[in-house]
Design a protein around this ligand. Structure first.
Ligand code: F1P
Length: 289
């Protein structure tokens, strides 16, 4: 399923963006003080959106792993992201807060929808896979759209990636280690790329904000390992990585379009190792405690 779901992304994003007119009024408004929560992939999407919302001056925005949410803190609204709508930590955080909650989920009638005050159900973005791809990116693209970002170019880049442009050379990091880097909102995307590679292909990955990389993580760089930057690389980074012998990947695409390259690579690496990316080890579709 996951390979097919990866392919569906730009089409599903376009469908979500078409709904902005109807759901836009429910999404955070300018000036609202917002906390965004989720677990795993959904947390990383929350993190990226929080950065973007702050960056464009739409309002103070924090993101938390749902299990770390300080429920006593005052916000105007909590946005809870959960594909399944059943993740225990998310439901507990909603239960604990006094703040009005907007749920973003793929499943109509999921417990999150009943627990929240408002809900947006992206059922057309639901997926069969354990490993999340299309729901997460669709939620983020919808949230980006609500910030007034023009996204046609991102859809075009995603289509190009899926058509085979920007393919990652087969020699890159075969069976080895990946470090994903991103600055600002791209850091959440770097964390998500690392999670995809671990979940689908069982590879050892790390993710850092770009400027943190030279504060220690670079010490494991060596030939055969890969450093992958989402967004623009900072000055001097390519040369520093080259000096270690590690491969440097920087396609300078929009980070969400570049994430599709990482999703495709995760599936390819899984298949090369005889793993089934639809049966990731030790994982369930949602964690219910
Ligand atoms: C969150 C999540 C997924 C992960 C795995 C376990 O699910 O952490 O990101 O891939 O399937 O659950 P959800 O709350 O978005 O349904």
């Amino acid at each position: 399923h996951v390979a097919r779901e990866i392919q569906s992304q730009p089409r599903v994003w376009a469908r979500a963006l078409d709904q902005l007119g109807t759901v836009g009024a429910v999404l955070p408004q300018r000036g609202e003080r917002v906390a965004v929560i989720g677990c795993g992939t959904s947390w990383f999407m929350a993190e990226s959106y929080a950065h973007l919302r702050e960056q464009c001056g739409a309002g103070e925005t924090d993101s938390f792993a749902a299990s770390q949410f300080p429920a006593g803190r005052g916000y105007d609204r909590v946005v809870a992201i959960s594909r399944s709508g059943t993740t225990t930590e998310v439901l507990r955080a909603i239960d604990a807060t006094q703040v009005p909650v907007l749920a973003l989920t793929a499943v109509p009638d999921a417990p999150i929808g009943r627990a929240a005050d408002q809900r947006i159900v992206l059922d057309f973005a639901d997926e069969r896979s354990v490993v999340q791809t299309v729901f997460a990116t669709t939620a983020l693209m919808l949230l980006r759209g609500s910030l007034g970002e023009p996204l046609e170019a991102v859809l075009g880049q995603a289509a190009a990636v899926l058509a085979g442009d920007h393919a990652v050379p087969s020699a890159i990091g075969a069976g080895s280690q990946f470090t994903f880097l991103g600055q600002g909102w791209a850091y959440g995307i770097a964390r998500e790329a690392g999670l995809k590679m671990r979940e689908a292909a069982q590879l050892w990955t790390e993710s850092y904000p770009q400027m943190e990389y030279r504060h220690g993580p670079i010490s494991v760089a060596q030939p055969g390992r890969t450093v992958w930057v989402f967004g623009e690389p900072v000055t001097g980074l390519a040369a520093d990585v080259a000096a270690t012998g590690a491969a440097f990947v920087d396609d300078r695409l929009d980070p969400v379009a570049d994430l599709i390259r990482a999703q495709l690579l995760a599936v390819r690496r899984a298949e090369e190792q005889g793993l089934d990316p639809d049966r990731p080890r030790h994982l369930a579709r949602s964690v219910v405690l």
